[in-house]
Design a protein around this ligand. Sequence first.
Ligand code: ADP
Ligand code: MG
Length: 839
Amino acid sequence: MRPDPHTANSSKCGLPRNISTLSKSLSPFQLVGELGSIGVVLELSTPIKYVKRVGERIAAGLSERGVETVEDLLYHLPFRYEDRLNPRPMAELVAGSMASVIGEVRGAALLKTRSGPIFEMTLGQGLGTVKCMWFHGTYLQNRFHAGQMVAVYGKLEPSRSAMAASAIAGQGAVSGRFKMIQPQFEILPEPGATGPDAEFAMLEMGRIVPVYESLGGTTPWGSKLTSKWMRRVVWSIFEELVESEANKPGAPGLASETWVPETLPAAMLKRLHLPSRLEALKAVHFPEAGTPMVELMSSATPAHKRLIFEELFYLELGLELKRRRMRERIGTSFATGSSVREAIKQVLPFHPTTAQKRVLGEIVADMRRAQPMRRLLQGDVGSGKTIVAMQAAIVAIENGAQVALMAPTEILATQHYLSARKLLGEVLSPSTGRPYKVALLTGSLDPATKRQTQGRIMRGEAQFIIGTHALQEDKVDFANLGLVIVDEQHRFGVQQRFKLMKKPDSEGVASDPDVLSMTATPIPRTLALTLYGDLDVSVIDEMPPGRTPIITRRTTDERAGDVWDFVRKQVAQGRQAYLVYPVIEGSKDDQPELDFPHDEEPVSESASKRVSKSAAKTAPKKKSTKVEKLFPAAKVKLRSATEMYDELRTGALGGLRLGLLHGRLSADDKEVTMARFKRGEIDVLVATTVIEVGVDVANASVMVIDHAERFGLAQMHQLRGRVGRGAAKSYCILMTGSNVTPQADARLDALVATQNGFELAELDLQQRGPGEFFGTKQTGLPEFRVANLLRDRAALELAKKEAERFAARPDPAIPPVEITAVWDRLKQQWQRRYGLVEA
Ligand code: ADP
Ligand code: MG
């Protein structure tokens, strides 16, 4: 923790002091807590083990899934619903879709096949039938008997007998004859049932029924925690809550004493047309008859909307508060007089684009303020962020401050160092009349040089310090650090934003340096709002002039010969090329530089086909190719940078000057190779993704990505950004091996179709999901209980707007006691859910 006079006395989660003291006397949560200990009445914070049908044993299992309290369980929402009030007649069903069907059991049998036992059960409804099949379904043998009502859910496929019949009749599909492979099923209560089955029959039948994703545990007698179990438990909770509610005085509302405390101000709910928390929770678990199924299935009912909004509102409110707290800290106010402006101008090698001017304006406005800057600069590869950063650096340096620039790799740090030297080294600072002093500090410097550089930093002799995270790790003491620039911010991890600090001055006051984070990975808006919601954002949305669009083409390795011919032609015209490979050397575990997950193998459908009777009959010699298709990694050997460097040098690219670059070379070797490529002494650079970020050689006009099916979308976009940086026409060739999954196919097509980084980022987000978006799992991303970033963009925007509004000046219609409750809830939410206690 840093000393901070403004917040030293405030609560741990960073609430303004006045607010947290105010809450002491009034929190409804505390009230509930104290009253709750008197009796054994159920409330939201009650440990789940006290709930009927749960108990110690199940509770222990649930706790592994993060379900500790009644509230946690209530926020485990159904992931789909079945309309068992108006079930669709089989005659209306359409093959190819997911469907839930209710019917009576007509027959069941266990079939022994060569590839294992298959359990078949036929469900009927009038003339319609659905034949359900479970592979290795021995365990189902005694579950069904004729006449039983069963609900199944799965993908409807035309049954073979139906297809044969329609072929004979020469007409379309015979209606009402289907099959389902491995459907989910639920046996419905019998008319004469007794005990809990009878008591809860109304939960299973004649209503819209919630279906839950299993929480994974088992009951003491070893059966799974099914949807049936969830329904009964949740239903009982509501019954008990309502009962205890009835015994409480006072009207329900945010600030009143109630067992399901409202978490949002009444005025806000009214304005946004959202139901109360209790209403919403009830309605998502047990929707009223008539609730549109489409809305339920897409989480778009008012009840869903309310719970989603609630979750996102508290996230955004926390971020907003962090932002505001940062603003209250002491920063440096930089002056931008005429000499500073002159200094900026003299380093500019070209006219900045309108976008560059605009973002520099935004950055400089921040720097002039006495509050520390926290700004994220987004700009696609090649949009010209570096020069903007250099200009910001000059503002700080001309004000007598030091600037640290952190890059994620040594190559990039070195490159920044060289371009800074080039830009700044040849001009004189108007304020000192002397050249700017630029220093490089990376992990691989020899200890003596490192110590020497650290000394220069400490004494304030180095003004612009460029380095890798060595800058953070080695506890470098800066004499007067005024600005930190973080290049490719996301590569440092979200939580680890920066730790560089200025030393306290003689009065012991440590002011925060300004921080400018840069990223060339266009971040989809939803992620930006959640991960970087506490930062201000600037976007360079325009490319420097004179760029011709990069021509992107797909090809396969069978046509590699053509690709090498093309590379030769380009080199003959004086251009240079990159060849990128997914691995350094051949073996499979040798993939340090592949930082994206592999596509899921398309096992499910074909795997089930393999064990089906028809597949068992296929010719045995075809079998091995099938396995290869299922598990491409098992057989396919990847071409690697090292091997291809050797092969091409003496083969297809013989006579050209080839260089090899990958992460396992020493820093010196990397630097030498990079410098030679830059000087044009290497024609073709064979590399891994080490060249992904930042490398800037304008004469390179060809980027060949081999095994393109193996690369992530963002990664290929970055790689493509290495070319097209000069005026020459540039090309990106995506060469694939033989096993291209549908997802890989979509990625490659998208790259061919567009060069717009934001469009590609959206697709990437859809394909990989928020957790994997940046290539490796980010610890900083909150786990949502209800919200879904892929789906709830509009809700997120609304939540942000409302959070800003609330933090700035809550609606006068909201009584103080409700405002207090919101801050209390925030505190609880952030501590428990996101673990983000410190700002
Ligand atoms: P990135 O945003 O990917 O870091 P760079 O800052 O490396 O992009 O810029 C890409 C290339 O464009 C560099 O060669 C840079 O010199 C050049 N460049 C940047 N801004 C301009 C401009 N306004 N006019 C012409 N060239 C520019
Ligand atoms: Mg850059």
